[in-house]
Design a protein around this ligand. Structure first.
Ligand code: NAP
Length: 326
């Protein structure tokens, strides 16, 4: 790919999806890059006051003020000010974002960075921008935004980064990894980041729909019936089997370890409300395709039995459609 940095001495970064995760990474990058945020519901507050981050890692009351726009059209670059990176950090809901970011993507130049959960989320970007680097990131960063512009972030921050597809050049993925590290973040670049996506999916595709459908914390699901642990294990093993059919090995021990983490929190009454449960409670659309639908379709393509996961998909898909009608 013919990649040259723009004439601006600092890389130019635009964030699409200025929520809790995106704001933390924009803060780190604001120390070393020229940052712009596309804001929607938090536009007025962030335009006026910037973001405030209360983080167990980066400090309390950390204030920063990026450039703020309402849309990618408004942020469209002048000829010499191309964006080097567009970071997509909205919820992974397919079908719209590749078109929305078109005004800020320069073919052959702008790298598109996806910091989102799920699997199979990259293809629509690759199809829309075949001449741009697609950088796929798995993120561990517990964060929420309440009220608008104020981000609360817990004690973990980790990005696992790789080029998409894994056969593509990793030059831009490596450069992005270094950029995050220069900003004070924790980032590692992998030859193939997809196994990392599947490992995270083990938790997300099991607990997210089950907790959302039952309006329960993970520990409350486990404690509710003597059958629950076995069913959770079976769902996780289906996800493991689908991952294996695509060449990504997750061991039974890793599955049992992940399930054990929730079991260990039962006596401490320290249940977790996964994001899909929080979204349902707030009547927001959920990441049903990225987290449940895509793995089910991928499993069926390879004839991997996944009836439990398929049932969860059917139920949580119907729930998402009902939410969209409210
Ligand atoms: N939060 C966590 O603890 C966490 C941890 C690990 C991974 N993740 C993953 O990270 C990704 C981002 O999650 P998040 O929690 O940061 O989400 P979030 O707080 O809901 O933020 C998403 C942001 O995207 C904005 N947005 C969505 N569509 C838009 C559009 N068309 N135009 C402009 N802005 C738009 C939303 O604006 P509005 O406010 O107007 O809706 C919101 O500010 C997800 O894939 C999630 O699963 C999250």
């Amino acid at each position: 790919m013919n990649f040259e940095m723009s004439s601006n001495p600092q890389p130019k970064v635009l964030l699409f999806g200025a929520g809790s995760v995106g704001a933390v990474y924009l803060y780190l990058l604001s120390k070393i890059t020229d940052t712009t945020a596309v804001c929607r519901s938090n536009y007025d507050t962030v335009k006026e006051n910037g973001f405030i981050i209360n983080s167990s890692i980066f400090g309390q009351g950390v204030h920063f003020k990026p450039n703020v726009v309402r849309s990618c059209e408004e942020a469209a670059p002048k000829t010499s000010e191309l964006y080097d990176y567009i970071i997509v950090c909205s919820k992974a809901i397919p079908g719209g974002v590749p078109k929305l970011i078109a005004p800020v993507v320069t073919p052959g130049h702008t790298a598109i960075v996806l910091i989102q959960n799920g699997v199979g989320i990259e293809d629509e970007y690759l199809q829309a921008y075949p001449n741009n680097s697609i950088i796929s990131c798995v993120v561990y960063l517990p964060a929420s935004q309440r009220p608008a512009g104020v981000i609360t972030h817990g004690e973990v921050e980790k990005l696992q980064i790789g080029a998409y597809p894994s056969s593509a050049s990793s030059v831009r993925a490596q450069a992005f990894t270094e950029l995050i590290k220069s900003g004070g973040g924790t980032a590692e670049c992998f030859d193939d980041v997809q196994p990392k996506r599947w490992l995270k999916l083990l938790i997300n595709a099991s607990w997210n729909p089950i907790c959302a459908l039952t309006l329960s914390k993970d520990t409350d699901v486990l404690a509710a019936s003597s059958e629950a642990t076995e069913v959770l294990l079976a769902v996780m093993l289906e996800i493991r089997d689908i991952a294996a059919s695509y060449g990504h090995t997750i061991t039974r021990e890793e599955v049992e370890f992940q399930l054990g983490r929730a079991q260990a929190r039962i006596p401490k009454n320290a249940g977790i409300e996964p994001s899909m449960l929080q979204d349902v409670q707030a009547s927001r659309r959920i990441e049903v395709e990225a987290i449940v639908g895509n793995p089910v379709r991928m499993g069926k393509e390879k004839n991997v039995p996944c009836v439990r996961l398929e049932m969860l998909y059917v139920l949580v898909k119907a729930l998402d459609i009902q939410i969209s009608k409210r």
